[in-house]
Design a protein around this ligand. Structure first.
Ligand SMILES: [Zn+2]
Length: 300
């Protein structure tokens, strides 16, 4: 739902953390595994001459590249070509190791504190015995059961909450890759009011309305996301938030706005964000996207 912009500097840092982990502890064994598995080798080499170079490129495939690799794997399967069980087990075990030892550092570099799929749950980083630990989940965008070949590709791993990870792991869906920043999501929340005779909800006095998602702009990928993560149901419980926003929007009139602006020295945009609880990119505040949509609906 929320795309994750990753700057060149962040990419560099993430790849440095990854490669340090790989080179120090696993590279030698991985190269030996590749040497013994012709199918996996073909996949990694991808027509290149230098194995180490090819491996690095493979492991750091971006979202477009991952999509291409996935197609290559599908084609190989069609020809009945599979990587060896030993390779699969090794890659899955490396993933577990990466998750336990490196995910916290990656999440920190990404500056991500909220799940990008639902924008409802925190991704907690916790200090435990002097070590930073990540308590959220890592989603394999291309699931590791179907595509174990991509189990340790850095950009196939997406920090998400446990609820979303569970929902995604037990269903198939074609959604947009969260690192695909160019493909913005069109998911937009709104309220729907059925009973024309009761307008109390517009005063924030009743919960006689429903929270819905605007359907007119949705792409196929957005629709899949809504279904996969059960977004409409998961947002129904937020009527209280809507009421608060309606009441705040009434209390926060032009005179009060001016007063706040001069008293605190904030811009109008900054004040709106603080009062109604949203941020620019939605990735470090829960419900930021929802709150912003509600503010747009009720404040224009
Ligand atoms: Zn989530």
């Amino acid at each position: 739902m929320i795309r994750i912009p990753i700057s060149e500097k962040q990419k560099e840092e993430m790849e440095a953390i990854y490669w340090n982990w790989m080179e120090r502890y696993h590279l030698e064994k991985l190269l030996a595994i590749i040497a013994k598995d012709a199918i996996f080798k073909e996949l990694v080499m991808d027509g290149k001459a230098d194995l180490l170079d090819a491996l690095k490129t493979y492991l750091f495939s971006d979202c477009d590249e991952l999509e291409r690799q996935k197609s290559r794997i599908d084609n190989m399967r069609a020809e009945n070509k599979y990587i060896k069980q030993e390779t699969e087990d090794y890659l899955k075990a490396r993933y577990e190791n990466f998750r336990n030892s490196q995910a916290a550092k990656i999440v920190q570099v990404m500056n991500l504190t909220v799940c990008p799929y639902c924008n409802q749950n925190h991704l907690n980083l916790v200090y435990q015995e002097g070590k930073l630990r990540y308590w959220g989940s890592l989603d394999h965008f291309y699931d590791k059961k179907t595509y174990p070949e991509l189990a340790v590709c850095l950009y196939n791993l997406i920090p998400v909450c446990k609820v979303c990870n569970q929902l995604k792991s037990c269903q198939k869906a074609e959604i947009a890759h969260p690192y695909q920043y160019k493909k913005q999501s069109s998911i937009q929340f709104k309220t729907v009011f059925d009973d024309k005779l009761d307008l109390d909800y517009l005063q924030g006095k009743s919960q006689n309305f429903r929270i819905a998602i605007e359907e007119s702009q949705l792409t196929q990928e957005d629709k899949e996301e809504i279904r996969l993560f059960d977004l409409e149901h998961r947002y129904q419980q937020l009527k209280q938030n809507v009421q608060e926003i309606i009441i705040k929007s009434k209390a926060y009139d032009a005179v009060y706005q001016k007063q706040l602006e001069s008293e605190f020295g904030f811009s109008r945009e900054e004040l709106d964000a603080y009062i109604f609880g949203y941020t620019d990119n939605h990735l470090n505040r829960v419900l930021s996207k929802f709150n912003l949509d509600m503010v747009k609906e009720f404040m224009g």
